[in-house]
Design a protein. Structure first.
Length: 163
């Protein structure tokens, strides 16, 4: 099941439309590491992580795994683990996926720069929970918690972000 995202921050799947937060750098095809851009591309949903200490596993069409306290994602273009999940701590720059806030209570890993991985082209493009005010993300697509659960349960397998 495919969802379409347009730059104004709307995600449509089947006949339903949801508000979404996008990257602070806008939407562009030429994504680079750290630019805050949401990539304009077809992004397959690879897998979903969730905080089992806070909520039940979401229903979805892709593999689901509970997060651990030491889960991270490497965002260091010079490291061999760039744009891959890692166990923290590591000797390179990496984002912690276990957070105090609720933003990563559900994380859909979107397929960006992962086949093949090109250092510096961008990492960690996720589908996750939006801040209550829908503040811009670092490049991810973010939705309200109930909306995120709903679209996952609808069988989401790909997000197409349009410029």
């Amino acid at each position: 099941m495919r969802a379409i995202v347009i730059p104004g921050g709307l995600l449509t799947i089947q006949s339903e439309t949801f508000r979404a937060a996008l990257g602070r750098g806008g939407v562009r095809a030429d994504k680079r590491e750290g630019d805050g851009v949401t990539p304009a591309a077809a992004l397959p949903l690879r897998q979903v992580f969730y905080r089992a200490d806070r909520l039940a596993a979401p229903d979805c069409a892709v593999p689901v795994r509970a997060l651990g306290r030491d889960d991270g994602w490497c965002d260091d273009p010079a490291d061999a683990a760039y744009n891959r999940p890692v166990r923290l701590p590591i000797g390179a720059s990496a984002e912690a996926l276990w957070r105090d806030d609720a933003v990563y209570d559900i994380i859909g890993v979107l397929g960006w720069n992962d086949n093949p991985i090109e250092p510096g082209r961008g990492s960690a493009i996720f589908l996750h929970i939006a801040q209550p005010d829908y503040a811009p993300t670092a490049g991810c697509v973010a939705l309200a918690p109930d909306d995120l659960r709903r679209i996952l349960a609808m069988g989401l397998t790909e997000i197409v972000v349009r410029a």
